[in-house]
Design a protein around this ligand. Structure first.
Ligand code: PLP
Length: 369
């Protein structure tokens, strides 16, 4: 069979679209030799903070470092406990360990696979200092319930917004609810650069200043270091990519929503396919479009044979990750465990054509027929 291949993600179109503008900016950078910091980085930090309506933005080296430095800026101490959802990319818990804390793994809601806030409250003890809420697959977690719980218990909140650039909760951009929000610009993210990149945004300028210093060797003046920090900065070449991609982020996200709607319309009632819920007042930016089926593995290999690439995010919930054995309680998180067995993410990116979506849907219907 000779059918068009559909990749889960294709960065070629965006690389081609940006090539000319980007080469011009990169040529300017080569001539100015402003490789670390400089105007591209500052411009991006300002642009991204304005886009979110946040008070400020600090570029860092990647989304994992963003969480680590945010935890440090919140004064995480050795042994402090941080609540994190069971169903997310490993970095959410890894960063807590790397910063000296102990993650406590909270099961997720069946409808959205985002952190179950009632469950977080049940796992609260006085050793808990804060919560990392993840906006999984671009869908905001329940920020109302989370901020309420944090207020009642005196906890800080970090939004891990690595998958949710531009998403809104009750009309307000995610990334403006927590004490800090952390961002990854890994190439596959909704706002991705052409290498590694990340940022922390926040609503408190003083805290952001401290964080900026921590990410820059704890520097207080030239060759003077007020505290022990690290080296984690966004580089200028990547900031140039991000400035260009930020211009079309809203449009790109709108296209992702269109694709998600198309999948939902065409796949409704097909086989045993289930969708994640879209709670009222939450605007996802569909970093992933994820369906659920008890026949996930067979469906995935069927699609693979037909040239359609899919992803399983995530095959192992955090409490069962080998690296966390002995660090976290590995007793059952039934919702996350079930999700790890039945989720399948379909191709989605702004440049994906309706024809490609229709082909994916037709093959899925064929599989279930
Ligand atoms: C991608 C991602 C990260 C880590 O970002 P990197 O830039 O790859 O370090 C953290 N959390 C979540 C939820 C992510 O999706």
């Amino acid at each position: 069979m000779t059918t068009q291949e559909v990749r889960p993600l294709d960065l070629n179109p965006v690389a081609r679209r940006l090539e000319e503008d980007l080469l011009a900016r990169w040529r300017d950078l080569l001539r100015s030799t402003a490789f670390i910091g400089g105007p591209e980085v500052t411009r991006f930090e300002e642009n991204f903070a304005r886009f979110l309506d946040a008070k400020g933005c600090v570029g860092v080296a990647n989304g994992t470092d963003a969480i680590v430095v945010a935890l440090k800026a919140l004064n995480l101490q050795p042994g402090d406990v941080v609540l994190v959802p069971a169903f997310t990319f490993f970095a959410t818990a890894e960063a807590v360990c790397w910063a000296g804390g102990v993650p406590r793994i909270v099961d997720v809601e069946p409808a959205t696979l985002n952190i179950n806030v009632a469950e977080a409250e049940r796992l609260y003890t006085p050793e808990v200092r804060g919560i990392i809420g993840v906006h999984l697959f671009g869908m905001p977690c329940d920020l109302r319930a989370l901020t309420d719980l944090c207020d009642r218990k005196g906890l800080w909140l970090i939004e891990d917004a690595a998958q949710a650039h531009g998403a809104r909760f009750e009309g307000q951009r995610v990334g403006t609810f927590g004490d800090f929000a952390t961002w990854s610009f890994y190439p596959s993210k909704n706002l991705g650069c052409f290498g590694d990149g990340g940022a922390v945004t926040g609503m408190d300028p003083e805290r952001l200043d401290r964080l900026r210093s921590l990410a820059n060797h704890g520097r207080t003046a030239h060759y003077q270091h007020g505290e022990v920090g690290t080296n984690s900065r966004l580089d200028a070449l990547q900031a140039a990519v991000l400035n260009l991609r930020l211009e079309t982020l809203e449009e790109d996200n709108r296209r992702r929503v269109e694709i998600a709607d198309r999948y939902r319309r065409q796949l409704a009632g097909v086989g045993d396919i289930g969708f994640l819920a879209v709670p009222k007042g939450r605007d996802s930016v569909y970093h992933q479009f994820t369906i659920r089926s008890t026949r996930r593995d067979d469906l995935r290999s069927f699609l693979d044979q037909r040239g359609i690439g899919t992803g399983v995010y995530y095959p192992i919930p955090l409490h069962l990750q080998p690296a966390l054995v002995g660090i976290v309680d590995d007793s059952a998180r039934p919702v996350a465990e079930r999700a790890s067995e039945d989720v399948l993410s379909l191709p989605i990116y702004a440049e994906l054509s309706d024809d490609a979506v229709d082909r994916v849907c037709a093959e899925i219907e064929f599989f279930f027929d």
